[in-house]
Design a protein around this ligand. Structure first.
Ligand code: SF4
Ligand code: MG
Length: 333
């Protein structure tokens, strides 16, 4: 079994003063062991909410109404606070978008990193040595002395490297990263992608990364989940998604010069139209309002997720009475 974590039918509302926002609906996908999975979508697609669900770090107004997240023999959605804390301390860790909010400004890295190892019966000297090793591994120069630095003494890129070192210190099975390179310039972003792939190779850590940056997804990931307005619209291995996408939304995202696919500066293009109001009753295909291929029945009948290639896509063009044999267009060569 190559599945490390499996999300099945995850459905979640946010209680707000505008009513219940149906933020995630029937989210299902596996996370395969030793691979890097990217969740891509525009803001409001629910991609970060999926990530935080895995760790039980949802906002207080979140209400999970259906589904499960299986990790080993545990359903993470039913773990109690202590169970989640133990998991977060050892097996699953997080890299945040902005290290300034996740690192403690008044403590040197040596102290913050030895605190992360508080469950281990190791001497302080051994903890310090482990911290130095990991800082070296992520490319911090002169780690024997830099380990005593405070976060503000590091540049933005160094702080993000240190953040990655902190999250890798316990040798986690699963690393979750929310827009890990957003605060960085393009050169550092490319270095960070190389660093995280290298860590995956060396430590066999499975990584789930959330991003709106298609270049980062193309360069860093093995598997891709495309989200739109709280649903998974397409999944597949990275080459399948970038060269043979089957959902009109994915195709609209990728419609541009294929030579730029691996360009890390490439952000999501603007597709005309608005995301539907998720406080209202929903019917039909969630993308119908913006889809160039929409048919009248798309507005009333929701398409199922249909298995294709290395993944699946949620579109009537692929199967059933509305199927279009000429869809998707042949891959570009
Ligand atoms: Fe477009 Fe219809 Fe497919 Fe939805 S089901 S993506 S509206 S063609
Ligand atoms: Mg987000």
């Amino acid at each position: 079994n190559d599945t490390l974590l499996s999300i099945d039918g995850l459905t979640l509302d946010f209680r707000t003063n505008r009513g219940r926002v149906k933020a995630l609906r029937d989210i299902s996908f596996p996370v395969r062991k030793g691979r890097i999975l990217g969740i891509v979508g525009e803001s409001g697609s629910g991609k970060s909410t999926v990530l935080w669900s895995i760790l039980g770090l949802l906002a207080g107004n979140a209400d999970v109404t259906a589904g499960r997240i299986d990790y080993g023999d545990k359903n993470l959605l039913t773990l109690d606070a202590e169970g989640l804390r133990a998991l977060r301390g050892e097996e699953v860790s997080v890299v945040f978008q902005d290290p300034m909010t996740s690192q403690i400004p008044v403590l040197p890295y040596a102290r913050q990193m030895s605190d992360i190892l508080y469950r281990r019966s190791m001497s302080e000297a051994a903890k310090r040595a482990a911290a130095v090793d990991m800082l070296r591994r992520v490319g911090i120069p002169d780690p024997e002395s830099r380990v005593d630095a405070y976060p503000h003494q590091f540049s933005g890129g160094m702080r993000q490297r240190a953040g990655i070192a902190m999250s890798m210190l316990t040798g986690p099975n699963l690393l979750l990263a929310d827009e890990p390179t957003t605060a960085l310039d393009v050169t550092m972003e490319a270095q960070m992608i190389g660093l995280m792939r290298g860590l995956r190779d060396d430590f066999d850590t499975t990584i789930v990364v959330v991003s709106h940056n298609l270049g980062l997804i193309a360069e860093m990931c093995d598997d891709v989940v495309v989200m739109y307005a709280g649903e998974v619209v397409e999944t597949g291995e990275v080459h399948d998604i970038f060269h043979n996408a089957r959902h009109p939304y994915t195709r609209a995202l990728l419609e541009c010069d294929p030579a730029r696919i691996a360009d890390v500066t490439r952000k999501l293009p603007v597709i005309p139209g608005d995301i539907p109001d998720l406080t209202k009753p929903l019917a039909g295909c969630i993308f119908a309002g913006r889809c160039q291929k929409a048919m009248p029945a798309c507005v009333t009948t929701a398409p199922p997720l249909i298995k294709r290639g290395t993944g699946a896509a949620r579109c009537h063009l692929l199967e059933g009475p509305l199927a279009d044999p000429s869809w998707p267009p042949a891959p570009e060569v």
